[in-house]
Design a protein around this ligand. Structure first.
Ligand code: GRF
Length: 191
């Protein structure tokens, strides 16, 4: 039986696409759905182009997540992967998938995490603080933003000449290189 992944994403979805493509030929893992809270998120186009079913739930539905948990159970989802998903994950969802929800954050947590620290804001803060390195953190999701147990980190240098945009490029490269492989390892180690 293949392990079934659901991806949640709110934006462009370049990580979602990268993960879907990575597992397209896998005999043990499959991305079987993409869910979003944004009706016009570009991730929906990407998923449709790759023949992955998409689901849109407006923000209000994510507060109790009753319908979402029901759908995930109906689809026999094993793991939930957040790839640029911007809403808070409710307790009911965390309880339905204990230690089975992971997120990627574009900084070296605990630095530059928490509310408001998403997308470009993270890289702007990194540059403003004069950091000498940044990177990615893949972690379990708990009820607090960006505070679950860290699974994996990778770093990149930040030079005085870097801008938030160039840091974003380096961090995205790390995400594409590592996120699918870390997911694969995690799912393989946790039967
Ligand atoms: C990524 O930088 C990820 O780390 C963060 O949101 C961004 C999503 O980018 N959580 P994309 O939608 O995958 O292009």
């Amino acid at each position: 039986m293949k392990k079934k992944i659901a991806i949640f994403a709110s934006g462009s979805g370049s990580n979602a696409e990268n993960i879907i493509r990575y597992f397209q030929e896998s005999t043990s893992i499959s991305v079987i759905m993409v869910a979003t809270n944004k009706a016009d998120a570009y991730v929906l186009e990407r998923a449709k182009n790759l023949n992955v079913p998409t689901y849109y739930f407006p923000k209000a539905e994510w507060t109790t997540a009753e319908n979402i948990v029901g759908l995930l159970h109906d689809l026999q989802i094993d793991w939930v992967v957040l790839a640029g998903f911007l809403l808070h994950i409710p307790q009911s969802l965390i309880e339905a998938f204990p230690q089975r929800i992971i997120n990627i954050h574009p900084s070296l947590l605990p630095k530059f995490g928490g509310k408001g620290m998403y997308g470009g804001h993270v890289h702007e803060a990194v540059v403003a603080a004069g950091e000498q390195e940044s990177g990615i953190t893949i972690h379990y999701v708990n009820e607090h933003y960006d505070e679950g147990t860290v699974i994996f980190q990778a770093t990149c240098p930040v030079y005085p000449t870097d801008t938030p945009e160039t840091v974003a490029e380096k961090v995205h490269a790390l995400e594409y290189r590592h996120f699918p492989a870390v997911i694969e390892q995690l799912l393989t180690e946790n039967p």
